[in-house]
Design a protein around this ligand. Structure first.
Ligand code: SF4
Length: 226
């Protein structure tokens, strides 16, 4: 089993719903603009700004970018305390109580998907009720990142076991996938022929970010049709 994601840039409008849903689902703290300007934004799903063409035919595009959950993740290799690792299902995970906040993993990640908690995360009163009880809030001084909504996988597995059946593709879908209004994000087991992603990954439009680095991302993009 190898969980992975396909993002179809032909369907994606850059609306950012996926990024907003990720923040809410995973209790990702909202950072003040002044802190954000210092590079302290907390984003598990970011929207990358891409520039295509040249002025006056310049086109600006926003592209969703979660953790790539690399098959060969550089971040796990540099952690001195093994607080980040790749599990048997291909998800690159963080062990928050073990993290010493050295940020080596952030420096090693070529996709800049990791965020550091500079402060104790806080929510304004009005937003406290929206916190997801299934996801722990990370403390000050640790690094955090996208987990492919791993907590949903745990629940889905338990439900399937309770019903004495196999885990189905629709049982486990991250929040970003569910929220996308255009169905641009597809998620599933890249090794399972019954899952859509296992076919989409072979599309002639398939490409991976910074593929030359050999990290083998499990997030695959489908390029736009000309
Ligand atoms: S929600 Fe869907 S359409 Fe909107 S930015 Fe995310 S992937 Fe693109």
């Amino acid at each position: 089993m190898k969980w992975g994601m396909v993002i179809d840039l032909q369907k994606c409008t850059g609306c950012g719903e996926c990024a907003a849903a990720c923040k809410l689902e995973n209790n990702v703290a909202i950072v003040e603009p002044e802190e954000s300007a210092l590079g302290r934004s907390m984003l598990w799903m970011d929207m990358l700004t891409m520039y295509e063409g040249e002025y006056p035919l310049l086109r600006v595009r926003l592209i969703p970018r979660p953790c790539m959950h690399c098959e060969h993740p550089p971040c796990t290799k540099v952690c001195p305390v093994r607080a980040t690792y790749i599990n048997e299902e291909g998800i690159v995970a963080q062990i928050y109580p073990q993290c010493i906040g050295c940020r080596y993993c952030m420096a090693a990640c070529p996709y800049t998907v990791k965020s550091f908690n500079w402060y104790k995360p806080e929510w304004i009163k009005e937003n406290r009720a929206t916190k997801n009880p299934d996801v722990s809030v990370r403390p000050v001084g640790v690094v955090e990142k996208c987990t492919f909504c791993h907590h949903r996988l745990q629940k889905a597995k338990e439900q399937a076991k309770y019903e004495n059946r196999e885990l189905l593709e629709e049982d486990f879908q991250p929040a970003c996938v569910e929220s996308c209004p255009t169905g641009a994000i597809v998620f599933g087991d890249l090794d399972n022929h019954e899952h859509h992603v296992s076919h989409l990954k072979h599309s002639p439009r398939a490409m991976k970010l910074l593929e030359d680095l050999g990290t083998e991302p499990k997030v695959i993009y489908l390029t736009e049709v000309d």
